[in-house]
Design a protein around this ligand. Structure first.
Ligand code: NAP
Ligand code: GDD
Length: 331
């Protein structure tokens, strides 16, 4: 019998890769979409005939209970969130409603309808914030630096608490930054690779950035959704850090991306103080040895491979349709 899975956030980067992975494993995939005035299915267009889309919202408890009652999934992947860190200072209340209380609503719905459902919660390395040790592992204390980070700490602990209080199979994946050609244009990797392609093709001349000294542990989203699935197949629910273990600065990223198309980044990059965050996460690097030992997980794409993959994809996209390039990201 094939398994059934619900994915919230299926229209996002991770949701689209996870849907592909689960379909390849013969799952029946039900994706949650919230109502919009126009469809927002760009990342899952190629899967649209193979998944079922159902309306629900993390803000609406009844919509989640009804969804779970009607679908009766074996696995529930909660990927939906307000995921852009700067926006969390502009909308801290809404960020908490989506990312913190939204998770409580999912947990409550599962507890009430069918406590045997396995739940994956999308936790984040942003929870480590002003890091207490290097590298960060499952036992490293949290010190979030944004309303987004704070909301994810709440979500993390409410997931742990429901696991311990009600014996739910609820896992929390503490994933470090992961990217792909499907990454939103406002995140720094994609903002850079999109700009490099535009500049190379003569569609733009400059790129405004904020803190070039921030370091991140960047991996490929396709590798990270495999880890999500692996965590859900265990005997016992536990939390895992997922990371490459290698950290680079935003400056390294810029240099590599421009260099890949033969451009000198110093001639194109400007610094905009408006892009500096009220509180910064300066340096993240993860220790995923637990996941490597227990799940057998490991990344297949390194930093250089990831940057090249993303620049090449943006070049292909903009070469095919330069007239639909859309506005440059200013976030
Ligand atoms: P993303 O591309 O921004 O996608 C977010 C998804 O959440 C979208 O499908 C969005 O739907 C949906 N969503 C937002 N609010 C919702 C609501 N109230 N009800 C229902 N759906 C809602 O994010 P991602 O990069 O795929 O990340 C997936 C998850 O992993 C997020 O929880 C993120 O915080 C977490 N995470 C990401 C990373 C990373 O590096 N990518 C690292 C650690 C943790 P719309 O399309 O309608 O906007
Ligand atoms: N977005 C952006 N735009 N970031 C910039 C820019 C810019 O112009 N210039 C410098 N940066 C720096 C930011 O200050 C930050 O230190 C770093 O680039 C990465 O920023 P983002 O790509 O926006 O990602 P993030 O690390 O804040 O958050 C992402 O990763 C988290 C996991 O640690 C998101 O995907 C979160 O949802 C996720 O939880």
């Amino acid at each position: 019998m094939s398994k059934r899975a619900i994915i919230t956030g299926i229209t996002g980067q991770d949701g689209s890769y996870l849907a592909e992975l689960l379909l390849s494993k013969e799952y029946e995939v039900v994706g949650v979409v919230r109502r919009t005035s126009a469809p927002n299915y760009g990342r899952i267009q190629h899967l649209i005939d193979r998944v079922t889309l159902r309306p629900a919202d993390l803000l609406d408890q009844l919509s989640l209970i009804r969804l779970i009652d009607e679908v009766r999934p074996h696995e529930f992947y909660n990927l939906a969130a307000m995921s852009f860190v700067p926006a969390s200072w502009d909308q801290p209340m809404l960020t908490g409603e989506f990312n913190a209380q939204g998770v409580t609503r999912v947990l409550e719905a599962i507890r009430q309808v069918d406590p045997k459902i396995h739940l994956y919660q999308a936790s984040s390395s942003e929870m480590f914030g002003k890091v207490r040790e290097v590298p960060q592992n499952e036992l490293t204390p949290f010190y979030p630096r944004s309303p987004y980070g704070v909301s994810k700490v709440f979500a993390h602990y409410i997931t742990v608490n429901y696991r311990e209080s009600y014996d739910l199979y609820a896992v929390s994946g503490i994933l470090f930054n992961h990217e792909s050609p499907r990454r939103g244009l406002e995140f720094v990797t994609r903002k850079i690779t999109d700009a490099v392609a535009r500049i190379k093709l003569g569609l733009a001349t400059t790129l405004a950035l904020g803190n070039l000294d921030a370091h991140r542990d960047w991996g490929f989203a396709g590798d990270y959704v495999k880890a999500m699935w692996m965590m859900m197949q265990r005997e016992r629910a536990e939390d895992y850090v997922i990371a490459t273990g290698v950290s680079h600065s935003v400056r390294d990223l810029v240099e590599l991306a421009f260099g890949h198309v033969g451009l000198d980044w110093r001639k194109h990059v400007t610094l905009d103080p408006k892009l500096i965050r009220p509180a910064e996460v300066e340096h993240l690097v993860g220790d995923s040895s637990k996941a490597r030992a227990q799940l057998g997980w490991e990344p297949t794409v390194d930093f250089a491979g990831l940057v090249k993959m993303m620049v090449d994809a943006d070049l292909d996209r903009l070469t095919a349709a330069p007239q639909v390039a859309g506005p440059v990201s200013t976030s």
